[in-house]
Structure formats: structure tokens, C-alpha cells
Write a protein that binds this ligand. Sequence first.
Ligand code: DGY
Length: 325
Amino acid sequence: MGSSFLVTTAIPDPGLQLLSDAGTVTVLPSPPDYETLAALCASGEYDVVLTQLRDVVDAPLLGSARVKGVSNFAVGYNNIDVDAATRHGILVGNTPGVLTDATADIAMLLILGTARRVVEADRLVRDGEFHGWEPELLLGRDVSGAVLGLAGFGRIARATARRALGFGMEILFAPRPPGHRLVSDEELGEFAGKVRQVFWDELVERSDFLSLHVPLNEQTRHLVDRAVLERMKPDAILINTARGPVVDEAALVEALRDRVIAGAGLDVFEDEPRLAPGLAELPNTVLLPHVGSATVPVRSEMARLSALNAVAIAEGRTPPHAVNT
Ligand code: DGY
């Protein structure tokens, strides 16, 4: 008898195909709530569950689960309590690598979109308010020569740096929030001599654009809070393509309202899909619905990787992309 897979939300065909070649696949018609997911995982009917970011897979759920593994359709896995999974002998897989460029494109898009006020400009045209070229219509700022500060220097930060260098930006980075290991010159590779490593405080204070590329964990939750926002330049712009809770969103709304900083480009939110009150009304923001990895090829590849992880776990092999072992 083949393996049995539970898919909480339909994924692109290449993934479903791989799963059905290996066993029985149950795709839920709509994303399950916590109790439903917990009950399905505890039923003993499934070898592996394929989860999405919105599925909360916490210690109590894992404690009662009778599955061999959880394969997350994402590179981030802050929705899963990996330590609890490890304690219960449950393997966790993710989809790194394939979404790096697509997400860096969105970071660059947010940098350009906030700098050049693209949402305001689009709205003006659609509202019939474009009355012809004007010398001072919707003046933005140059990205060329501006300082881009990268919080984190992993795959997506590096891909963003590559793009930003092409736009003539000066790049600073802080490897991870305070306390984390510095990146050696050797590890800088292609970036040696092109980017400068600084401490977090300098990054915050010198960046014209501060772009977040850190995973969400207890050290990075609310990494950008009111105090950090107050240390940023008054004309600085915050970019977040990482995870919403890295920013205290209520504090960000206040800071934008009070002009403590000039703008924000956000692809992720603290309590998705809800926005902090007031955020949507602020003109100096570009807001996207968590679409960093949303291209057809990337989502197909994520589906393939998450299915490969699931099949390997179900068959007792080490998944190609294991978060725990
Ligand atoms: C991830 O993979 O972690 C993204 O946030 C969604 O693609």
C-alpha cells in the first residue's frame, strides 16, 4: 500500500502529481482551522501533512499528531514548532533556494515603488487627476547613491544586494540582529569590496532604505519597534519581505503618521491577512499581499520540493530539504 498525504491547501500540479504517484492524496477544499488540522493530524490516516504558512503547527498539535512528517510549502517555517516536532520524532521539510530571486525582485520593487511613489501615481491617473506633465508632480527620491541597509545577509538579502548594486546603491548589511556571528571576508565571496558589514545600530541610523531579511524567531520578533524607528533617518523607508511580526506594525503606523520615517514597502504583515488599523490609509506605503514567491515557475518548484520532501519522509528517507533530522 502506498503512502497517504494530507494537503491543507491545493498546491500547483507538479507537486500534486508527485504525491499521487507515491500514494493517496487528500486535498482539503479550504484551509483548515486549527482544531480541524489537529484532528486530521491525530487521526492516524496520514503519513505526512503538507502545510502552508497559515497553518499553525504548534507543540500541542504535534504532541497528539500521528504523522511521520510535516512538509511546509515555504522556505520559512515559523508556523511550525520545530523543537516540538523533533521531540516527537516528526520530520519537518521546507523549500529553500527556489524563491530567492523572486523574493529579491519584490524587495527591489518595493524599494523602487516607495522611492518613486508608484501607488500614489497610479491612483492619481486612475482618479482622472493627471492633467498633463508638471515640473513638481509626485517628486520622489533617487535610489542611485542611496544607502540600502540589509538586516540579515542570507540568500534573499544577497540577491537583493546584487540587484541594488545594479541600481547604483551603496550597500550596508548587519549579518543578523545584535549578537549574531559576523560574516568573514571569505564568506562575502562576490560581494567582497562591494558591500560593507556594520553593526545593527549603524545599519539603522545610516540606511535610506532598511530592508529586512531575517527569519522570524524570538530574537527577531519586533526587531523593528518604536525605538528602532525613532533612530532611523526621518526620510528613511522600511522594506519588509521577510515576516510581518519582525516589525511592530502598530508602532510603524504611528511612526509613518508622525513622519518619524518617510515610508514603508511591505509584502508581509504582523497578523496576516489583517492590517494594523490605519496602515491602509497612509499614502506613503506600498502594500502587497505576501507575493514574494508568487511566480508560476517558483510556485511550481516549491510544490515539487515540498512533495519530494513529503514522499521521502513517508518512505522513511531523509527529505532533500530537512529542517530537523
Ligand atoms: C516563504 O516561502 O517563506 C514565503 O514567505 C512564501 O513563499
